[in-house]
Design a protein around this ligand. Structure first.
Ligand code: KIV
Length: 253
C-alpha cells in the first residue's frame, strides 16, 4: 500500500515526534519521481530554478509563469511528498497580490507556498493562511534581496540581527506558518530559534540543530561544476560522470 500523502500538518507534526525533516528541491518530473521514491517528504519548487535551471545570475529574474511551468511538471509526478513552491521576487508586495499569486501556484500544483521575510511581510502571510493556503517562512539570508544587500551573507552574528530573527520567527508562528526555512543563519541562533518555536525549522547552511535540512538538489548531486558553495559538498560528481558518458558515446560510432 502506498504511504499516505504528506500534508503541511504532517510536516509540522514531525517536529513533535523529533523526526528530522529531509527537504530537497525539484523543478521537473523525473527529479520529483526520484526524490519521492527515495522517501523525501518535502519537495520545494524553489526559485533557485532561476540559477540552477534557467541560467539567470540570481533569483530576482524568476516570474510567476516560470514557477507555474515547472510546478506543473513536478505535479505530474503526483508525489506523496508535500509540494511547496516559492512565491517569486515582487509577487507578494501586498496582501491581495500575495493571495492572487499563491492561488496561481496552487492551481499549478503547489500544496503550500514559501516567501522570504518576517515582520515586513506578515500581512501577506496572514492573508495567504486565511485563504487556506499553507505557508512556509524563509528567514536569514534572503536570496531575493541580493541586489539590495550586494551579496549573500551569514545572518545572526550581530546582536541586532539575532534579535530581529527571533522576532521574525515569532511573528511567522503567530501568523500561522507551518514551518520556516533558515538560510545561512549562525548555528547558535538557528539552534535557539529551533528550541523556541513550535513549528519546524528547516536549515540550509545553518548548522546541525534545525528540525530539518534542505538543499538545492543539483548542488547535492554535483550537477553544477561551475560554482562552489561553502555550505554543501556534493555527494556525487554527476557532471563529471555525465561528461564521461557523453564523450564515450560520441566516440562509439
Ligand atoms: O529557492 C530555493 O531553492 C530555496 C532553498 C535554498 C531553500 O529557497
Amino acid at each position: 500500500m502506498r504511504p499516505a500523502k504528506v500534508t503541511a500538518e504532517v510536516i509540522r507534526a514531525m517536529k513533535g515526534r523529533g523526526e528530522k525533516i529531509a527537504a530537497l528541491t525539484a523543478y521537473d518530473f523525473p527529479m520529483t519521481r526520484l526524490l519521492d521514491e527515495a522517501g523525501i517528504p518535502f519537495i520545494l519548487v524553489g526559485d533557485s530554478l532561476g540559477m540552477v535551471v534557467l541560467g539567470f545570475p540570481d533569483t530576482t529574474h524568476v516570474t510567476v509563469p516560470d514557477m507555474e511551468h515547472h510546478l506543473r511538471a513536478v505535479a505530474r509526478a503526483k508525489p506523496r511528498a508535500l509540494v511547496v513552491a516559492d512565491l517569486p521576487f515582487r509577487s507578494y508586495e501586498n496582501a491581495p497580490a500575495a493571495v492572487e499569486n499563491a492561488r496561481r501556484l496552487v492551481t499549478a500544483g503547489a500544496e503550500a507556498v514559501k516567501a522570504e521575510g518576517g515582520r515586513e511581510i506578515i500581512e501577506q502571510v496572514r492573508a495567504i493562511v486565511s485563504a487556506g493556503i499553507p505557508f512556509c517562512g524563509h528567514l536569514g539570508m534572503l536570496p531575493q534581496h541580493v541586489l539590495e544587500e550586494g551579496g549573500y551573507r551569514v545572518k545572526g552574528r550581530r546582536e541586532s540581527e539575532h534579535q530581529a530573527l527571533l522576532a521574525d520567527a515569532d511573528a511567522l508562528v503567530n501568523a500561522g506558518a507551518f514551518a520556516v526555512v533558515l538560510e545561512l543563519v549562525t548555528s547558535p541562533v538557528a539552534r535557539e530559534i529551533s528550541q523556541r518555536i513550535p513549528i519546524p525549522t528547516i536549515g540550509i547552511g545553518s548548522g546541525p540543530d534545525c528540525d530539518g535540512q534542505i538543499l538545492v538538489t543539483p548542488d547535492l548531486l554535483g550537477m553544477l561544476p561551475w560554482f562552489s558553495l561553502k555550505h554543501v559538498k556534493p555527494k556525487l560528481n554527476a557532471a563529471e560522470q555525465m561528461r564521461a558518458v557523453i564523450t564515450e558515446w560520441k566516440k562509439s560510432f
